[in-house]
Design a protein. Structure first.
Length: 180
């Protein structure tokens, strides 16, 4: 159930529900460090239940067998649930903020590029713009590549967040009777 990014690197996406208590993040990251597992990205936030937080951990598939990672995580007392999210079976998003050089001559091009990617201009200066874009990691990689020729002065990406896709039952439409 590994996913591959645009650079051909294989990752596993884990959605880990943990107790919302101090030092849980430290325990999880220490486990990865001790075992030599590489975390590609990590995002943590509280859930709708104040007592729980959700961690989305993207693990480099080359650094560790996913079964071993899951077994080790499951041993931690504060871990409530672990799901591996298969590529195509999860809704994934990432956020990117980029400050780009944009003088009067190139500002229109950067603004058009932002519109294509449904990004927002958050800040405008005399010779730069700060753009916010949310999308899949591949979409953000593409936008970043297209912004590079303008000159990116600052860049920050959040890392991936993901949830399982909602199962859908096949809906059958009833036949509409013909009118007389």
């Amino acid at each position: 159930m590994a996913a591959t990014n645009g650079a051909g690197i294989t990752h596993h996406i884990l959605s880990v529900l943990v107790e919302n208590k101090p030092a849980v993040l430290t325990r999880v990251t220490a486990l990865f460090s001790r075992r030599g597992f590489n975390i590609y990205s990590l995002a943590v936030s509280p859930t709708d239940d104040e007592s729980l937080s959700r961690m989305t951990i993207v693990v480099d598939a080359e650094s560790a067998p996913i079964e071993q990672v899951i077994r080790q995580l499951d041993k931690l007392i504060n871990v409530v649930d672990i799901q591996e999210l298969a590529a195509g079976q999860a809704v994934e998003r990432e956020l990117m903020l980029a400050t780009v050089r944009a003088d009067v001559a190139s500002r229109g091009q950067v603004t058009e590029l932002a519109a294509i990617f449904e990004a927002k201009i958050l800040d405008v200066g005399t010779d730069a713009l700060t753009v916010m874009c949310a999308g899949t990691p591949d979409q953000l990689d593409a936008m970043e590549d297209l912004l590079r020729p303008f000159g990116i002065t600052d860049l920050q990406r959040t890392g991936r967040i993901a949830l399982p896709r909602i199962p859908r039952a096949t809906v059958r439409l009833a036949a509409v009777p013909e009118s007389a």
